[in-house]
Design a binder for this molecule. Structure first.
Ligand SMILES: Nc1ncnc2c1ncn2[C@@H]1O[C@H](COP(=O)(O)OP(=O)(O)OP(=O)(O)O)[C@@H](O)[C@H]1O
Length: 540
């Protein structure tokens, strides 16, 4: 405890927590100082979120003592933690899209200006001024009157941070603040955290992106299996060492299979597709055996394209599966064509949280575990056990509800659900968001295995390294439209970032002859008609 030094200090000593007798935190010490950024690292299920819940009053620890400036404290609710100066920003967006920025902040303000007349109603003009001052202090350029739903992901994260800061905390705890943000947006959030540090706020954050931890954190605490295994200054600590502390000796990076698995057969042929009403249309083929990454900045159309392939939003354009015209307007249409969809928002839409892990794994294929029309519990559990082993899913038991799994393990269940279902194409948004380094490798291996067996993956990821490490081809979207498809061998991190941001223009005429042939057909000299991979209908 650093109370005697005058540095504001908040932490917990010897925290223990169990869920129904299963111990998930074991004697954990964690200390946060004012004016520092402290990263909390650990594999999926290592106890990070539980520790955050303990620190912020969402759960009461089974044992252990919270302290603030040297004095013991106890928080029965998050409101009590907030009143004591400890605020939290949760991982998932928790905002009402129709509310304006200023009204969103109003709901959580420590105090609000009141009119002297009108029964002390809120003085909205004075409040707007206060919001403007707050945003100014944070260095955030946001219009207080803008509805939250109209903002991009980084701006929404700013609003969540500003909302927490409206409670005037001395300590701010952020659960994966940059997950799902593309690199430039993540950088802006990290810059905001640094600004808060200069104001003396003590920040703790969880991240699986170790390079941003190395670049941002002053100290790191590492949890493994619910126990603290290290607490170190980050100076001189490499990302490789962080990973080793987290996972021990397990393999950390997925290896691309040496033999290219891409096949020339077109599995899904898309024609005259439009991602936005006023955008240009484009054609794109997805081949059996390939991982096609789709990338672009917010609003580029990339994420929307993957949602269309997955049937999450209606496809505007024509689709053929195995040469047969098909309808792709709903998730049901997609599934009927053998297409699975893994949305980014796995909690709200990917899983049925109150159902067991075993049921969730077989959710898209209950018929396969049924005998004489009834789901066989034995077969359901056997199959769930198979996937639990293959993906190393940490779950209290096969029959525990999916809500009892850590975020990264929920993601693995979602991947298992589609792998188990026998679909031929998986459209996936952010496949390893919130997944630790070991889990990433397992999910990557499974996706490779899936494509090696003739399946195809259409992947949206904001993680440039994941795109380069996983994909066979990369489709770059800009301004709501496909810009160009590149074989992954032509790209490195800098080039892909530049292409995505539009800093590097695609060379040559942007028409059918500018198309990049598919790797599987590139060896033979293609005629224009034999390489229909990408066709730009018109330039932008
Ligand atoms: N409500 C719950 N009921 C039962 N077990 C739970 C519950 N919440 C979490 N757990 C278990 O506690 C352990 C720690 O989970 P926690 O969410 O703290 O991990 P985490 O380190 O935050 O993981 P991730 O990186 O995946 O978010 C996991 O084994 C998880 O299954």
């Amino acid at each position: 405890m650093a109370a005697t030094t005058g540095v504001p200090t908040f932490g917990v000593r010897a925290a223990v927590h169990d869920y129904s007798g299963v111990v998930v935190l074991r004697d954990v010490d964690f200390e946060l100082h004012g004016g520092e950024i402290h990263a909390l690292l650990g594999e999926n299920g290592s106890g990070k979120s539980t520790l955050i819940k303990v620190l912020t009053g969402a759960v009461r620890p089974t044992a252990g003592t919270l302290y603030l400036d040297g004095d013991p404290v106890a928080f029965a609710t998050p409101q009590q933690a907030q009143a004591a100066g400890v605020a939290v920003v949760h991982q998932n967006y928790n905002l009402f899209p129709d509310l304006t920025v200023e009204k969103t902040l109003l709901a959580s303000a420590a105090s609000t200006p009141r009119r002297l007349t009108g029964l002390g109603a809120v003085d909205h003009r004075a409040w707007r001024q206060r919001v403007e001052q707050l945003l100014d202090r944070l260095g955030v350029d946001l219009d207080p009157r803008s509805p939250v739903g109209a903002l991009g992901p980084a701006e929404r994260k700013f609003v969540e941070i500003a909302r927490a800061m409206a409670t005037e905390p001395r300590f701010l705890i952020l659960d994966e603040p940059t997950a799902s943000l593309e690199p430039s947006a993540a950088d802006r959030v990290l810059a905001l955290m640094r600004t808060l540090r200069t104001h003396g706020v003590g920040l703790a954050f969880v991240s699986h992106r170790l390079d941003e931890v190395a670049a941002t954190a002053d100290r790191v605490t590492v949890l493994r299996d619910g126990a603290r295994v290290a607490e170190r200054a980050s100076t001189g600590l490499t990302t490789a060492e962080m990973a080793r502390l987290m996972v021990g000796d397990r393999p950390q990076e997925s290896l691309r299979p040496e033999v290219p698995t891409v096949r020339p057969d077109v599995l899904l042929r898309l024609r005259e597709v439009r991602c936005v009403d006023e955008g240009d249309s484009f054609d794109l083929d997805v081949h059996a055996g390939e991982i096609l990454a789709v990338t672009g900045l917010v609003g580029s159309g990339a994420a929307r394209f993957v949602s269309m392939v997955g049937g999450d939003v209606p496809l505007h354009g024509r689709a053929e599966m195995d040469g047969r015209e098909v309808r792709l307007r709903t998730a049901r249409d997609a599934q009927a064509q053998g297409i699975g969809f893994i949305p980014e928002d796995r909690k709200a839409r990917g899983l049925v949280l109150e159902h067991s892990c075993a049921v969730n794994i077989s959710l898209a294929s209950l018929g396969q575990v049924a005998t004489t029309g009834r789901v066989s519990r034995r077969r359901l559990l056997r199959r769930a056990e198979e996937f639990r082993t293959r993906l190393d899913i940490r779950m209290p038991s096969l029959t525990a509800p999916a809500s009892a799994l850590s975020g990264g393990n929920q993601q693995k269940v979602l991947v298992a659900k589609w792998l188990a279902s026998g679909v031929r194409l998986i459209a996936v948004e952010e496949p390893t968001q919130g997944v630790d380094i070991g889990g990433r490798a397992q999910i990557h291996d499974l996706l490779h295995e899936f494509t090696a067996g003739g399946g195809a993956v259409v992947l949206f990821s904001t993680d440039v390294r994941e795109v380069l490490g996983l994909a066979d081809r990369v489709a770059v979207f800009r301004h709501g439209c496909l810009s160009r498809v590149h074989p992954v061998g032509d790209l490195d991190q800098a080039r892909l970032t530049a292409l995505t941001a539009g800093e590097e223009q695609d060379p040559g005429p942007r028409a059918v002859d500018a198309a990049v042939p598919h790797p599987a057909t590139a060896a033979s000299a293609p005629t224009p008609s034999s390489r229909p991979t990408v066709r730009m209908e018109s330039s932008r």
